[in-house]
Structures are given as C-alpha cells and as structure tokens.
Design a protein around this ligand. Structure first.
Ligand SMILES: Nc1ncnc2c1ncn2[C@@H]1O[C@H](COP(=O)(O)OP(=O)(O)O)[C@@H](O)[C@H]1O
Ligand SMILES: [Mg+2]
Length: 366
C-alpha cells in the first residue's frame, strides 16, 4: 500500500506548461481520481508517476523514496492506458504472463501468478481467447490483470473506461474499486468523466490548465466546492451575478439583476462585494415551503432524461436557470410558457467572488 507524494512537479512542452507545480499526496490505500478538461495535464501527471516521462522540476516519492531517476520497472506500478493496449496476436493468458516472461520469472511461479490474476478478475474461463474475441470491458480487465501481475501495489489508470459503452463503464467502475480495496492497492485514476470520478473515489482532484484547482471528498466537492470552476465542472450549477447588499450574522444578502434579493448562508463578505451566486439545479424547490429566496419566471423548456426532469426557467429579471426534479408518476406536468416560482434554501446557495477574468472565462473548459 504505497503512499505517493508529488512536490512541485512541473513539466513543460515548449511554451505549454502541462504540469505546473503540482503538489499532491495520495495516501496508502486511497483511491484518488484526477479530473479536468481535455488537455489539462492529467496524462502527463500519471506518466510522470509511472516513470514514462521525466518532469523538468520537482520530486516524486513512492513510499518515501525519491523515484525521479528510477526506471518504470523498478517503481512497483501497474499502468493501464486509455486505449486498450493488449497484444492482438496473443491470448488473454499470454498477454497476462507477458511481463513475468520478459523478466524471466520461473515458469511455475509465472503460472501461479497468472492463475491468481485471472481468478481475481473472473476470467479464468476465457484464458485462451484472443482480444478480438472479447468485449471492450473484458479487454480492459485483462489489461488490469497484466498491470497487476508484477505485484504492483500502485495502480495507475489513465481513462481506463473511456473507450467503453456507458453501461459497461458504469459496471466496471465498481469492479475496479472493489479490486483496489480487496487487494489493498493505492490507485490513481484519471478521467474526464466527473460522474465516474465521484462514484469511484475516496478523493477527487480537479485539474485545470496544468494546475490543481481543488481536491476533496466527492461529497465536499459537490456540496461545498471552494472554487467556482469546480462548482461548474463537478455536477451542474446555475450562476447569477450579484452584489452583497447586507450582512446578517452568518448570512449575506445578495442582490441579483432586477433588484431580486437572495439570502445565502455564507460569511466573510463586505457590503458592495461583487459576487457570483451558484446553486445546484436539484436544490431549488418548487414546493414553496419557505418564503425566503423566491424567484419567479416562466418555463421556457422541459427536458427529460431518464429519471430526471430539467426545467429551464427564464426568471422575471431575464436570467435563465435550470431546476432538476426527480420524475414521478403522480406529479403535474410542467409545460413550456407556464409561470413558475422556485425557492432556494440559504444553505444551498454558494457565493464566490466575481472572477477578475469574467464569469465565462472562469468557467471555460478550454
Ligand atoms: N509529447 C508532447 N509534446 C507536446 N505537447 C504535449 C505532449 N504531451 C502533452 N502535450 C500537451 O500538454 C498538455 C497536457 O496534455 P495531457 O497531459 O495529455 O492532458 P490530458 O491528459 O489532461 O488531456 C496539452 O496541452 C498537450 O497538448
Ligand atoms: Mg489524457
């Protein structure tokens, strides 16, 4: 169960800073995901830990040992790529035993290890199959077995489920987590799928433009994102510009466009501060149990996706927000053009300083 520690890890490609002073500790036995938009430096980070690329600056420690100059084979890592990278002309068995064979392990030992790996991923019955005869999910499981046969205690996964169908992807998530926990491995899992990261990990690290924006447990990142970029990237959120107009103890009152006022359970502001208020679409209610924070408008669109209804509302002040509700049989239909009032409990309103670069650029994925 190795601990991984990165200190100021920096990697440049010409003028691009792919990793910009990354500081991160992954604890023994922890399942950590790294998420962020495409090009933010996730693969560079994982390859630096694996030893495939060498950072320009900074130190990487595995189990307290500086590994900057240690080759990949000596780092005790198992690495699974995004693009399924099995040898197509070899069976599952031959793919799995490839590493030990190259390292000239005694055949009996190799055989015992391979049997154990195949048992672990429940593929013993398919050991004679070729990759082309397997589903994408099974191929990726084989890749995991191949990565772990070297007795790696640190599993590095770079978008391991990215090439798979949604349904398979969802199932394999839980299998990966179970495997890591059962074998007491430490895992670093890179993905651009925030839902995957949230459901699989003990801790999620959000990256943007080569830097770590924020790290935390899935629930903290969802409920209390410290950074406005996280609020947007992890889950869905509505954003409204405003000005702090009053402070009431633990609460702040924020005036948004059109003179509407919202009370937020948020401290540390001064009257006059330009801010952005954010709330998750599912935390706005249309049951109107509270008098506070009522916003009215009209429904401009209703979108159904599985068990969720998304109601797009144009508020009376012209701002647009999305409200999510669970789909239930007995509930009234929401119709485009109808008037609607929503209210948002003060504890569910997040407040951020208005970004210097403007809201759009602060949230941009590029
Ligand atoms: N070998 C390389 N040569 C030049 N630029 C690279 C190379 N590898 C990555 N980059 C650049 O570094 C940045 C980070 O890339 P990468 O780590 O692959 O991001 P991610 O995995 O998050 O999509 C990108 O701008 C990418 O174009
Ligand atoms: Mg990548």
């Amino acid at each position: 169960m190795p601990e991984v520690k990165l200190v100021n890890v920096t990697k440049r490609y010409g003028r691009i800073i792919a990793n910009d002073h990354i500081n991160l500790t992954i604890k023994d036995g922890e399942y950590v995901s790294v998420i962020g938009p495409s090009g933010c430096g996730k693969t560079t980070l994982i390859k630096s830990i694996a030893g495939i690329i060498k950072p320009d600056e900074g130190e990487i420690y595995i189990d307290g040992r500086l590994v900057n100059d240690l080759p990949i084979e000596e780092r005790g890592v198992g690495y699974v790529f995004q693009n399924i990278a099995l040898f197509p002309h070899m069976t599952v068995w031959d793919n799995v035993v490839y590493g030990p064979k190259v390292r000239c392990l005694p055949p009996e030992e190799t055989r015992a290890l391979a049997l154990e790996m195949l048992e672990m991923i429940k593929l013993s019955a398919r050991s004679d199959a070729y990759p082309s005869e397997l589903s994408g999910g099974t191929q990726q499981k084989t890749a995991v077995a191949r990565a772990l046969i070297s007795r790696a205690r640190l599993l590095l996964l770079d978008e391991p489920l990215g090439a798979l169908d949604v349904k398979v992807r969802t199932e394999l998530r839980y299998e990966l987590r179970r495997l890591v926990k059962d074998l007491k491995l430490t895992a670093l899992h890179v993905t651009h799928d925030q839902e995957e990261a949230m459901s699989i990990s003990d801790r999620v690290v959000v990256m943007r433009k080569g830097r770590i924006v924020e790290a935390g447990s899935p629930i903290d990142l969802y409920l209390r994102p410290k950074n406005i970029f996280t609020a947007n990237f992890v889950g869905e959120a509505n954003f409204l510009r405003g000005i702090v107009v009053q402070i009431n103890g633990e609460n702040s009152v924020i005036e948004i466009r059109g003179g509407l006022k919202l009370v937020a359970e948020s401290k540390g502001w001064k009257v006059g501060d330009p801010v952005v208020v954010a709330f998750r679409p599912e935390f706005a209610s249309i049951e109107m149990k509270e008098h506070l924070n009522r916003l009215s408008g009209k429904i401009v669109d209703v979108l159904y996706s599985g068990s969720i209804i998304r109601i797009i509302i144009e508020l009376d002040n012209g701002d647009r927000v999305v409200v999510k509700k669970a789909l239930r049989f007995e509930e009234p239909q929401f119709k485009t053009g109808e008037k609607i009032t929503i209210n948002i409990p003060p504890q569910n309103i997040l407040v951020y300083p208005y970004p210097k670069e403007g809201l759009e650029r602060a949230l941009a994925l590029e």
